[in-house]
Design a protein around this ligand. Structure first.
Ligand SMILES: NC(=O)c1ccc[n+]([C@@H]2O[C@H](COP(=O)([O-])OP(=O)(O)OC[C@H]3O[C@@H](n4cnc5c(N)ncnc54)[C@H](O)[C@@H]3O)[C@@H](O)[C@H]2O)c1
Length: 429
């Protein structure tokens, strides 16, 4: 099939590469000329395992091309996928200006019978507004569909090639048949529903996962009051099949480009439809306060950060990505500097991404061992594989007493860290 992918950001470029790999003829379209220039050379503007190779391979076969021109991108497309950003507005609602702008731009070039899919995360009902915008600017017949995206940064190529499920919201048998045929090579678990339900699936999934993170943080805080250990509690509850053992992350709360905004957006959406007493407002509020809650605790433990040197490990919002959108480091580091600490920061991939976003007072190094030289505190923010088997004794030797290891991801057994000469503090244990 001929596919146009509008928006070659994170979701767009992975989706374009994967559908091209499956043998479709795909054009990636973006208004950002610099980005399109890099993608044409196979240069991905962010770190994502396997993506660079996928783009080079699919461009070599001729299945994938890139353009900034709407006519070139849309005129032959049987399927047009809208994958532009949907940031939160100041009032928390999804800002749909990029979705609407893309819809206006694509409409005059649409081929008769094309299916326009919204893959961006949008509130239910957005497909109706997009249909109106497109219909006002074209005479051809077209159909609308919603196919929300569930990929995870860090494993995005794998997730797109092997999704747990594909959710397709459609209104006609024709669109249903075409989209099932398109997605069947990826999975047999294609779930068909109305567009509004598909859009709710995306919000429901992300809000449920954000709720789990907030929930386990609440339980972890209670564990600290009574000598329980959150890791043992997770093992105990996870054995219950109704609960499951995966996706328990006590720590600094959720971050990244999706969860914070999707929680704010569903809360604002609930309010806009008259549901003012929603769980989502509380989840958002607890998550917003999470990092400062832990920082206050750490400040007390070290007897005040003023004059101390803190080495921060992990600057992206999670491992295996250089994406720093709503990364904990963006809150933690200014907080530490505000308390008078000196901060040395390290990360395997995200240093250059975060540098412009933080005060110039921060010192950076890619070498984790030189990063701790002369420091009093190690603060592990992100569980990169590179930080899983650190030589703690070697690190301890070059640090100043009293030495603290704040393990916000419960990556280390306390006894191992303590025996290397540190005072240890994890989360909920
Ligand atoms: N990043 C994720 O992990 C993820 C996962 C699932 C869903 N989503 C959702 O997918 C959508 C896209 O997210 P993203 O992270 O890829 O965003 P992004 O910011 O990385 O990319 C958006 C792209 O759209 C382009 N763009 C904006 N306006 C345009 C226009 N009028 N025409 C053409 N291109 C235009 C931008 O230049 C940019 O390259 C959002 O709704 C997001 O919530 C993201």
């Amino acid at each position: 099939m001929n596919i146009a992918c509008i928006g070659t950001g994170f979701v767009g470029v992975v989706t374009a590469g994967v559908f091209a790999k499956l043998g479709n003829s795909v054009i990636g379209l973006d208004i950002d000329e610099k980005k399109i220039g890099s993608l044409r050379q196979g240069i991905v503007p962010f770190f994502e395992p396997g993506l660079g190779e996928l783009l080079i391979e699919t461009q070599k076969t001729g299945n994938l091309t890139f353009t900034t021109d709407y006519n070139t991108g849309i005129k032959d497309a049987d399927i047009v996928m809208i994958m532009v950003g949907t940031p939160s507005s100041p009032d928390g609602q999804a800002d749909l200006k990029y979705v609407f702008a893309a819809s206006e731009s694509l409409a005059p070039h649409l081929k008769d019978g094309a299916i326009v899919i919204i893959k961006s995360t949008v509130p239910p009902g957005t497909n109706v507004k997009v249909r109106e915008i497109i219909a006002s600017k074209t005479k051809v017949s077209f159909e609308m569909a919603s196919v929300p995206e569930f990929l995870k940064e860090g494993t995005a190529v794998h997730d797109t090639l092997h999704p747990d499920r594909v959710v397709i919201g459609v209104e006609s048998d024709r669109a249903r048949n075409i989209l099932v045929e398109l997605h069947t090579p990826l999975t047999s678990n294609v779930i068909i529903m109305r567009p509004e339900s598909a859009q709710m699936c995306k919000y429901a999934a992300n809000n449920y996962l954000a709720t789990r993170i907030t929930f386990i943080n609440q339980i972890a805080d209670l564990c600290e009051k009574n000598g329980a250990n959150i890791e043992e509690v997770i093992r105990g509850i996870g054995a219950d099949k109704r609960i499951g053992k995966h996706y328990w992350y006590p720590g600094l709360g959720y971050g990244g480009s999706c969860f914070p905004k999707d929680v704010k957006e569903i809360a604002a959406y609930a309010h806009s439809v008259g549901e003012s007493e929603s769980l989502f407002i509380k989840i958002d509020d607890l998550n917003e306060k999470r990092i400062s809650k832990l920082m206050v605790q750490y400040d007390q433990l070290v007897g005040g950060f003023d004059g101390k040197t803190v080495t921060v490990l992990g600057l992206s919002f999670k491992k295996n990505t250089n994406d720093t959108r709503v990364a904990p480091a963006l809150q933690v580091i200014p907080w530490l500097l505000g308390k008078g600490a000196k901060v040395v920061a390290t990360d395997p991939k995200a240093i250059e991404d975060i540098r412009p976003l933080l005060p110039v007072a921060v010192t950076y190094t890619t070498d984790v061992y030189s990063a701790v030289n002369g420091a009093h505190v190690i603060m592990l923010l992100i569980e990169w594989d590179e930080y899983k088997h650190l030589d703690l004794a070697k690190m301890s030797e070059s640090m100043l007493s009293p030495k603290y290891f704040f393990d916000t991801r419960n990556q280390y057994e306390p006894v191992v860290v303590i025996s290397a000469g540190f005072k240890y503090k994890g989360v909920g244990r």
